[in-house]
Design a protein around this ligand. Structure first.
Ligand code: ZN
Ligand code: ZN
Length: 597
């Protein structure tokens, strides 16, 4: 009744054309620019405050997505349509951190601090000095800091960095990470590690705050201690950190000894957890047999919140709403519109269509990892996973990137056959592993396709906003994905998975070893204020991320790179498996690349 009255009222007062327009805004079967705009405007609005995983905006986004899918006829894949899980938001030093030497108590966070990868445990034992904590035995490097000393059950005191800390091409760089040294000490039998910076390596000797992200414990207590604390330990043997650093750097020889001093320490790291959830809804297939198999349409909905250090923002000095219109309100909007089109198109889906929207993507594919590690369905019944992440910036050249075309026999041909390349040009890559959630599915032997219109200067900054989206381009891409997905949902024979490049799982628990982009930099430093890539190795991270020979790298993760020293330093802080943004200058234009290490 009420509805009829309203329609009568409208027809009397507004022209029929406008009525048609209003109706088309809500629930048109086709993918329309207006419907896409509606989703993106809401998800990227100030009210959701950047959709940080575990925040109220994250929760509201999930509810919005689930309600939209319900309204199209999707039903919960499991429970109420949400898959809940917990994420580590922050590591913080606990109140019980303690360290005493010769009966003197030191102050936590001022004189010492546990490392993020320390265990939560205590140890009272003798301290043994083990130089740089190396055990190297290869063709060019021989250096064993553990030779001739007994470290079993003891603390080892280790200098941070390496004996050539000023040399950006030091052969020791790859063996100098704090965590690797701690792990090696444990392998050698040590029960705890104390690390100290020598004055040549780090004149300031400040204790850094915890960095964000998850860290895997090395299972023994590991402390960073100030020089004066280490000097107190070394004084009995008439030594000092400065003297030992100088000696080791000059002689390039190990000099291990027992300090005959006992240290009593307790490490405690607290994890601040937050609750979040994926949205998992399904449209049952139309074929009684094939409905037991699935096509997954996926798009993460989380973003960087207000930005700030450790958030992944490239705007390092700005705290502000990171709207994430392209990243990834665009992918969610496209997933929703495709969902509606499948639901309202008879004969479009013999297999069931699952719509999965993930949180936790920006913090390391947490949502998709959670789904694939604890799946509510039999993953072997998934024919393909189609991931949309940043699909809103189809550029003037109309180039759409599609990853994963090598992950099943014939998949590349299927994609090409369903694409009108006179409208959209395709840039295809075979690899199943890439900088977004499809990696988690590829890791479980599921064929994947990853749709991406490329990074841009607004990527991971507060200026990734709704009015910069190419809505017409999104409609064209949606048409293309619909055709591919429809064929995958209806073709009687299933895709045959094929390996295409390394799997995410290889890097699951990374030991930090020098990560590389796979470029040959211009060592001569011809370019000022940047570093030119003189050669880009095919198949390596830089090449896969779109770097070209001659590109001048100007920043990594928003931090400037002016020369090779800056470059080596920035690279030294990165980990395997990490997704980074690299700014380059190409033909006098700034280009941003997203590179998966
Ligand atoms: Zn994204
Ligand atoms: Zn992102």
């Amino acid at each position: 009744m009420k509805k009829n009255k309203t329609i009568k009222y409208i027809t009397r007062t507004v022209p029929a054309l406008i009525l048609l327009f209003i109706l088309s805004c809500s629930g048109n079967r086709e993918v329309t620019t207006n419907e896409l705009l509606g989703h993106i405007k809401y998800l990227s609005s100030d009210s959701l405050r950047g959709r940080l995983t575990g925040s109220p905006g994250d929760s509201l986004s999930a509810v919005y997505i689930k309600n939209k899918l319900s309204s199209y006829g999707f039903i919960p894949l499991t429970g109420d349509g949400f898959q809940r899980y917990k994420v580590t938001k922050k590591l913080v030093p606990g109140p019980d951190n303690a360290l005493s030497i010769n009966g003197r108590n030191y102050t936590a966070e001022k004189d010492f601090s546990p490392f993020e990868f320390s265990s939560n445990s205590a140890l009272e034992a003798e301290v043994v000095f083990a130089g740089y904590g190396f055990n190297l035995n290869n063709d060019s490097l021989k250096w064993d800091d553990y030779k001739g000393i007994d470290v079993k059950g003891k603390w080892v005191l280790i200098l941070r960095a390496d004996p050539e800390s000023d040399n950006t091409k030091s052969p020791y760089i790859t063996f100098s990470s704090d965590r690797d040294k701690a792990l090696l000490a444990k392998d050698m039998g040590a029960a705890g590690v104390l690390m100290v910076s020598g004055p040549i390596f780090d004149p300031q000797d400040t204790i850094e705050a915890f960095s964000s992200g998850e860290y895997y414990s090395v299972d023994i207590p590991v402390f960073r201690i100030k020089r004066e604390v280490a000097d107190a330990i070394l004084s009995k043997s008439k030594n000092s950190v400065a003297a030992l650093e100088k000696k080791l750097n000059e002689t390039k020889k190990p000099y291990p000894f027992s300090t005959k001093v006992t240290a009593n320490g307790k490490a405690e790291i607290l994890r601040e957890m937050a609750s979040t959830r994926n949205v998992a809804m399904v449209l049952p297939g139309e074929d009684p047999q094939l409905k037991n198999e699935y096509i997954i349409l996926g798009a993460h909905f989380d973003h960087l919140g207000m930005g700030g250090p450790g958030s992944g923002s490239r705007a390092l000095d700005t705290i502000g709403i990171h709207h994430g219109a392209d990243d990834n309100a665009s992918g969610v909007a496209m997933m929703l519109e495709l969902a509606e089109k499948f639901a309202k198109t008879k004969g479009s889906h013999k297999r069931s269509i699952i719509c999965l929207s993930f949180s936790g993507e920006e913090e390391g594919l947490l949502g998709s990892k959670h789904f694939t590690d604890d799946p509510p369905i039999d993953l072997s019944k998934v024919n393909a996973m189609i991931n949309m992440d940043m699909v809103g910036r189809l550029n003037k050249e109309n180039i759409l990137q599609i990853g994963g075309v090598g992950t099943a026999t014939g998949l590349k041909d299927l994609v090409l056959a369903n694409s009108d390349t006179s409208i959209i040009k395709l840039s295809l890559s075979e690899e199943g592993y890439g900088p977004s959630d499809h990696s988690s599915f590829y890791g479980k032997n599921i064929p994947v396709l990853f749709y991406f219109t490329g990074a841009h200067m607004d990527y991971h900054t507060p200026t990734d906003t709704w009015e910069k989206i190419n809505y017409k381009g999104m409609v064209e891409i949606s048409d293309l994905i619909f055709k591919v997905a429809k064929e995958l949902a209806c073709e009687n024979s299933r895709l045959q998975f094929k390996e295409a490049g390394p799997k995410a799982e290889v890097n699951r628990y990374p030991r930090r070893r020098g990560v590389t982009l796979g470029i040959m930099p211009d060592f001569a430093g011809v370019i000022k204020n940047g570093l030119r890539a003189d050669f880009v190795t095919p198949g390596k991270p830089a090449a896969l991320g779109g770097m070209k020979k001659g590109d001048i790298i100007t920043a990594i993760n928003g931090r400037t790179v002016n020369n090779i020293q800056d470059y080596m330093f920035r690279m030294g802080q990165l980990k395997h498996g990490q997704t980074i943004s690299v700014e380059v200058t190409r033909d006098d234009k700034k280009v941003v690349l997203v590179i998966q290490l």
